[in-house]
Ligand binder design. Structure first.
Ligand SMILES: NC(=O)CC[C@H](N)C(=O)O
Length: 309
């Protein structure tokens, strides 16, 4: 079985490789524009600790919106269902940084995986603590899940995010005007920008996602991190909202919950089976990794993994 999965990883990598270099590297955050579009990594983490990799699986990249999944898990753990007073759980059908729905929907963002919703989620996670304390909690969480204490924030990306963060500031102030945020805008953004700037490689990210595949329990440490029903619901949100207005296409092609980021990473969860991380910086129009989605489509097909069977 393990050999079979190792072969599926190799096959998915080989099938996607000819597409390497296609898509457009995100450049609206200048520090991200330096990424090499020819990079391509793949890692599959299994609950017994095995990790199968291909390509640039050990090269760190900017987590960007993939971080929203971890913040969501931590916020649910901290404030429970009260989180849903600050953010919804419906697909947005619009771009990740869109502002249009916010006005007609009273400043309540559609879901925690678009920028406005992630900013509102970070706000609830702060829960009257300092921004630094919350950033440390997020970092400690991903380090513990990945089993690697060296995971850190890329300071250049964090500064670049903030310097060019006019749109995110607009979203945050707009929500603040409706009373959605409980903390000062700059405190919330200081958490949000830094969580997006965490650098991880595919091997680390795949391991870090395992708790979502295993009912909220980290199979590597044995800790029950969040309740099983919360893990299930995070997966549901990833399936419906993880790729902005490209989420339907991803569900159609891959059939597994996933979350993409403009750094070119995608975290994909196969409930009960394992966790997959892919990275290739060339993006589609919707801002998701073009080569990464192709690789995941081939992998899911070869492994026979889908939540719809
Ligand atoms: N889709 C993304 O990965 C967006 C994250 C990015 N840091 C932003 O806020 O714009």
């Amino acid at each position: 079985m393990k050999d079979h999965l190792a072969r599926c990883v190799a096959e998915a990598y080989a099938q996607a490789l000819p597409h390497r270099g296609s898509g457009r590297v995100a450049d609206y955050i200048p520090a991200l524009a330096k990424a090499d579009p020819n990079r391509f990594g793949f890692a599959l983490a299994l609950p017994d600790g095995t990790v199968h990799t291909a390509g640039d699986a050990d090269e760190p990249f900017s987590l960007q919106s993939v971080s929203k999944v971890f913040t969501l898990a931590l916020a649910l753990r901290r404030v429970g269902s009260a989180l849903w007073g600050s953010v919804g759980r419906e697909p947005s059908g619009s771009a990740f940084n869109s502002i249009v729905q916010l006005e007609s929907e009273g400043g309540l963002p559609r879901n925690p995986l678009i920028n406005a919703g992630a900013i509102a989620t970070s706000d609830r996670l702060i829960d009257a603590r300092s921004a630094d304390a919350v950033v440390n909690e997020i970092l400690d969480f991903v380090r513990a899940r990945a089993g690697d204490a060296s995971i850190a924030i890329d300071p250049e990306v964090a500064v670049s995010e903030s310097e060019t963060g006019a749109r995110n500031r607009a979203l945050a102030h707009f929500m603040a005007s409706f009373g959605t945020l409980r903390h000062p805008v700059e405190t919330v953004l200081s958490v949000y920008f830094r969580q997006c700037a965490i650098a991880m490689n595919c091997r680390q990210l795949a391991r870090a996602g395992l708790f979502l595949a295993m009912g909220g329990r980290d199979p590597l440490t044995g800790e029950q991190l969040i309740e099983p029903h919360r893990a299930r619901r995070i997966n549901a949100i990833m399936m419906l909202c993880g790729h902005y207005d490209n989420s339907g296409e991803f569900a159609f092609r891959v059939g597994l919950p996933g979350k993409s980021g403009v750094g070119g990473g995608i975290l994909c969860i196969a409930p009960g089976q394992g966790s997959i991380a892919v990275w290739s910086p060339g993006l589609t129009e919707a801002g998701t990794s073009l080569v990464g989605a192709i690789a995941l489509e081939h992998f899911a097909c070869a492994a026979g993994w889908s939540v719809f069977d």
